[in-house]
Each structure stands twice: as structure tokens, then as C-alpha cells.
Design a protein around this ligand. Structure first.
Ligand code: GAL
Length: 460
């Protein structure tokens, strides 16, 4: 048995739009995902989050289900448009009441809440009236929303995450248009990312000056990154892999830990990369109490060779193609999940070391890791040995990283239950619980029992 450090946090994670449903109940305003899912062709099977897992109505039972399995931490997100139906202005008391009940129920079951303020569901009115994250004023509206959440929930919530995956918000929402709000541009992602960092900095300053002194607690941000392994030992492929990681992760984490964007982005993007003011940097630098990381997969990276057909590479470069000059590829011998993502635990360990070294041993929390598989419910059970293997592999990699000196403090499995998987709708099942979307019933998968055992023993 490999034991994890004492006080290591074990939990599962979810997001409001993916599970809550109740899309217009009790005063909730529409979000950009409510709007985006109505556009024909955007979501597999025309699925929407209107009902999803109906967690809004099944919350108590869901928390009891976690408690029955001995889960001790739960990461969920607040739907901004339940708190402020138009993103700003009057608070909706019913929205506050729902999260009050959720937090109280968790605490009554001895489960520690980890709260994400923004998991992609921007109130629609901020998009339509103000151009969403392109408009610097939205960072101020976010800060006010964050302040409201700290005010109402900060006496009980001690772990805050401002944003989930700014890379996805920027690239998928404003670069390739695959996610809400569905814009396509090679300039807007950099502007949006810039505003997300400013919004994060403003919220953290409010937390640290107005709430942390009295209530304590910690605040951070969650970024996502795959590992990029150099395809060969050549200096140019090594440089390409490094560049790919900088465009993916350091884009967001260099400003937070080092106070500026990576040099390779500044060189390649010129005036498409905005500049921080001194005031921005004073808010952003040092603004994370922990390094939140979502990690799912690994790819090889090579220097782009357009004359050798790089332009036709089906894997692209994982960003905005012309900016990185990186060619991605896979090893066909790897195992793949139904998302097409490779299962490569050693990539997770290498990424942890990369972060550890670049930022001087920050405390890291893996806020998401998991896999989608073609699960089948047979006689009320789901046998998913591949998912158990996935977790075994990645958790061993985490343990090896800790043994080698990485300060990893926690691990959240994605996800508590099958849910609305964004553009892939309900087909992709990532859950530790199987959800029968016709009846809403939940069933713990075999992998859930494995994960609960690991959490209970604090060992893999
Ligand atoms: C992450 C996201 C989650 C979940 C997961 C699997 O990017 O934060 O909401 O969907 O990927 O695709």
C-alpha cells in the first residue's frame, strides 16, 4: 500500500450547468449555455441542461449518497445567474437559499465544500448586452458576484476557486466556437483570457481584504493542461513541447506566479496579446493560495513542419493553429477513452514535476481527473474495470510525484455522476455513478467503490 500524506483531500467534483437542471426555476436567469444549447447542431443529439441530473431537486439525496460512500470533500460550482439573474443588480434570494441548503447539508454530513464561482455559465444578459468577457467591465461584475458569495457563504466555505479552466473559456468559447458563446477568432481568446485573469485578481483581492482576515479560508484558480511529451530528443521537438505547455498552462499561471505572460507568447502574438497595467499585475501576481489543476491526457509534440503535411494533421496543435507551430500526435498503442483521450499516467506525473519546478514547489490540488467510457447498466450494476484501472494508474502517478517531492495536497475525481458533457451531450459518461437519464436514478459504479476505498485508506 502506498499511503498519501495525512490531511490529503479526497473528493469528487461537479459543475452547475452539467448537473442542476431547473434551468429557469425560482428566479434563475438564463446563462450562455442555456442559449448555446438551443442553436441547432451545437450539441450531440440536441441535448440541453434543462433537466440534466435534476440535482436542484435531488440535492439532499445526492449528498446522502456521497456520505454513504464516505466521501469527505465535494467540489461544486455556483450558477452565477441563480444569484444574479442578469449577472448584476438585484440578488435573487431563492438562489442564495439553494446554495445555503447545499452547503449546510454537506457540512451536516461531514463533507467539506470546495466552491467554484465560475464553471462557464455566464449570465446571458452579460453576453448580449456587454459582449461577455471581451468587455473589461464584466470583470467588475464578476468581482461583485464573488463578493456576494463570500458574504453569504464564507462563514462555512473555506475553499474557493474563482474560475474553472480559463483556457477552455478562451479557446473553446472564443477561438474555435465549440463551446458557448460560440465565437470564432484568433484574437479574442487572448483578450478574454486577459479579462479572466483581471477578474480573478479582483475577486481574490476582495476575499483577502474583506473576508479572509475574519473567516480564514483559501482561494485559488483551476487551470487545465494536458502533458506534452517531445516526440523525439531533437532540440526543436523539445522546444515545441515546452512551447505547447506555455501556450496551454503558463499563459495563465505565469502571470499568477511570475507576474507576466510567457516570453514565447509575447514574441509570437505581438499586439494580439494584451498588456497588463501595473495595477492589474499587483492584483494578479501571487493571487492563488494553491495551484488548481485539471488534467486528462497526454500527446506528443513536435516542431511543426508544414512542408511535411503538418497542416493536415488531424490533431492540430491544441490551440490556435498558426500561433504555436507545434504538431501534436499520439501513440496508437496507448489506451483511449470514448472521448478519444489517451490514458497515460506518466504524463500526469511529468506535468506535476513541470509545475513544481517552474513555480517553486507550489501546493497543488488536482481539481479534476477522470475518464469517459461506454458504461452499461446490468442488473443495477456497472462493471467498469477500465475506469478503476484509470484511477489506479493516475493515483499511483500522483503518489510517485509526492514521493519525489511534489507538494500535492488533494485529488478530486471527475465526476460524481454522469452528466451533461457539454458539446457531447449525455453520451459521454464520466461519472463514478451511473445516471439513468430516463428515470434520474443513480447507481454507484464499481470504480466508485474502488475510489471510496482509496479515500478511506488514504492509500492506493
Ligand atoms: C473539463 C471540465 C468539466 C468536464 C471535463 C470532461 O474540461 O471542467 O466540466 O466536462 O472536462 O470533459
Amino acid at each position: 500500500m502506498k499511503t498519501f500524506p495525512t490531511h490529503f483531500t479526497w473528493g469528487t467534483a461537479t459543475a452547475s450547468y452539467q448537473i442542476e437542471g431547473a434551468w429557469r426555476n425560482d428566479g434563475k436567469g438564463p446563462s450562455i449555455w442555456d442559449a448555446f444549447t438551443q442553436i441547432p447542431g451545437k450539441i450531440a443529439n440536441g441535448d440541453t441542461g434543462e433537466v440534466a441530473c435534476d440535482h436542484y431537486h435531488r440535492m439532499e439525496a445526492d449528498v446522502a449518497m456521497m456520505a454513504a460512500l464516505g466521501l469527505k470533500a465535494y467540489r461544486f460550482s455556483i450558477a452565477w445567474s441563480r444569484i444574479y439573474p442578469t449577472g448584476r443588480g438585484e440578488v435573487n434570494p431563492a438562489g442564495i437559499a439553494f446554495y445555503d441548503r447545499l452547503i449546510d447539508t454537506l457540512i451536516a454530513h461531514d463533507i467539506t465544500p470546495w466552491v467554484t464561482l465560475y464553471h462557464w455559465d455566464l449570465p446571458s444578459s452579460l453576453q448580449v448586452e456587454l459582449d461577455g468577457w471581451l468587455n473589461p467591465i464584466v470583470a467588475d461584475h464578476f468581482a461583485t458576484y464573488a463578493q456576494t458569495c463570500f458574504q453569504h457563504f464564507g462563514d462555512r466555505v473555506k475553499h474557493w476557486i474563482t474560475f474553472n479552466e480559463p483556457w477552455v473559456i478562451s479557446i473553446m468559447g472564443y477561438g474555435n466556437g465549440e463551446f458557448a458563446p460560440g465565437r470564432v477568432s484568433n484574437r479574442e481568446p487572448y483578450q478574454v483570457a486577459h479579462q479572466l485573469l483581471r477578474a480573478h485578481g479582483k475577486a481574490v483581492q476582495i476575499f483577502r481584504t474583506q473576508f479572509q482576515p475574519e473567516h480564514g479560508g483559501q482561494i485559488g484558480i483551476t487551470n487545465n493542461c494536458d502533458w506534452r511529451e517531445p516526440k523525439t530528443d531533437s532540440p526543436s521537438d523539445k522546444a515545441a513541447a515546452q512551447r505547447a505547455l506555455e501556450f496551454f498552462l503558463a499563459w495563465f499561471t505565469d502571470p499568477i506566479y511570475l507576474g507576466h505572460y510567457p516570453a514565447c507568447m509575447r514574441e509570437r502574438l505581438g499586439d494580439r496579446l494584451p498588456e497588463f497595467t501595473d495595477e492589474d499585475i499587483s492584483l494578479i501576481k501571487g493571487s492563488s493560495d494553491f495551484f488548481g489543476l485539471n488534467h486528462y491526457t497526454t500527446m506528443f509534440a513536435a516542431e511543426s513542419r508544414p512542408d511535411e503535411g503538418a497542416k493536415d494533421n488531424p490533431y492540430g496543435n491544441g490551440g490556435i493553429s498558426e500561433d504555436q507551430d507545434v504538431d501534436l500526435s499520439i501513440d496508437p498503442d496507448w489506451t483511449f477513452t470514448t472521448m478519444g483521450w489517451a490514458v497515460v499516467p506518466w504524463g500526469c506525473q511529468k506535468l506535476l514535476h513541470w509545475i513544481d519546478e517552474r513555480y517553486g514547489r507550489p501546493p497543488i490540488v488536482i481539481t479534476e481527473n477522470g475518464c469517459a467510457l461506454a458504461d452499461q447498466l446490468v442488473d443495477g450494476r456497472v462493471h467498469d474495470p477500465e475506469r478503476t484501472e484509470f484511477y489506479r494508474g493516475y493515483l499511483n502517478a500522483c503518489h510517485d510525484a509526492i514521493t519525489a517531492g511534489v507538494d500535492l495536497r488533494g485529488y478530486f475525481a471527475w465526476t460524481l455522476m454522469d452528466n451533461f458533457e457539454w458539446a457531447r451531450g449525455y453520451v459521454q459518461r464520466f461519472g463514478l455513478h451511473y445516471v439513468d437519464f430516463a428515470t434520474g436514478e443513480r447507481y454507484a459504479k464499481d470504480s466508485m467503490h474502488y475510489f471510496a476505498e482509496v479515500a478511506k485508506n488514504n492509500a492506493v
